[in-house]
Design a protein around this ligand. Structure first.
Ligand code: 5BU
Length: 266
């Protein structure tokens, strides 16, 4: 796990999006990414306006939103981008690409969502092999804006096939493109080799629950950041389902930040 500070990593991270994310984390003192799993665009946007100062990143599942048509999609993503700029956070569309390079290229750049246009970060499964990274990268380069990829090394859900040898093989694949792959979705730190710095973003974080009855498993910010060495906590229902999302987000921000400070001091 990294004993380095977010701010020092912000100057040396091999990817531009990684450097941007680490700078935001250091500047705003927050390693909290909120997961906006709501089927109401207005609720998402108003929540983000409230939570913006407390987060480094906003995670979306754009395909759960009931849009009336393409104009509604671009109106939403434009407003999302404006909020990200205003409050200085990044957008992470949790798309989990999982197909051959040629197909993911079309899915990332095209269709109705045009994810690459507005999402700074997205993620991909390693199942298809390195062609998935190459396909997504072609689109990222065409966009002409910094775009970063997280490889799915281990999911949070019970019985998932990730971790162990799967994670190791995913890491070897990521090493094929250290300028585009910024890190991993995983439940533990990924030990770097020379010059590497993998940002680990971790879902399955909740302070008041152990699971959701559908396979989700929760750990605390302290366990994932201090003990396991992960970098960013991803919290959905723990915040968006709370009676007071702002006060609750501040609790998660504080817990995630204190866990990081203890890790650095150890
Ligand atoms: P929750 O409400 O904190 O359980 O939401 C977790 C979010 O993170 C949700 O959007 C999932 O789709 C997402 N997620 C996850 O829970 N576990 C994983 O391994 C990955 C994503 Br990858």
């Amino acid at each position: 796990m990294s004993a380095l500070t977010y701010s020092s990593r912000a100057t040396t991270h091999p990817t531009e999006v990684g450097r941007n994310l680490l700078s935001i984390i250091a500047e705003k003192q927050t390693n909290l990414c909120v997961s906006l799993d709501l089927a109401d665009t207005e609720k998402i946007l108003s929540l983000l306006d409230t939570l913006g100062p407390l987060i480094c990143c906003a995670k979306t599942h754009v395909d759960i939103l009931p849009f009336s048509g393409p104009d509604a999609i671009s109106a939403f993503t434009d407003r999302l981008a404006a909020l990200a700029k205003q409050h200085n956070f990044l957008i992470f569309e949790d798309r989990k690409f999982a197909d051959i390079g040629s197909t993911v290229k079309a899915q990332y750049g095209g269709g109705v969502y045009k994810i690459a246009q507005w999402s700074h970060i997205t993620n991909a499964h390693s199942v298809p092999g390195p062609g998935i990274i190459a396909g997504l990268k072609e689109v990222a380069q065409e966009v002409g804006q910094p775009r970063g990829l997280l490889m799915l090394g281990e999911m949070s859900s019970k019985g998932n096939l990730g971790g162990g040898e799967y994670l190791q093989k995913t890491l070897e694949m990521a090493r094929g493109d250290k300028e585009f792959v910024m890190g991993f979705i995983a439940q533990c730190a990924i030990p770097p080799q020379d010059g590497e710095d993998w940002i680990v973003m971790t879902p399955g974080v909740n302070l008041g629950s152990k699971g959701d009855g559908l396979g989700q498993q929760y750990n605390t910010p302290d366990l994932v950041v201090r003990e396991k060495g992960c970098d960013v906590i991803i919290v959905g229902r723990g915040i968006i389902g709370a009676a007071d999302p702002k006060a609750t987000a501040e609790e998660y921000r504080k817990a995630g930040w204190e866990a990081y400070e203890k890790r650095i001091a150890a």
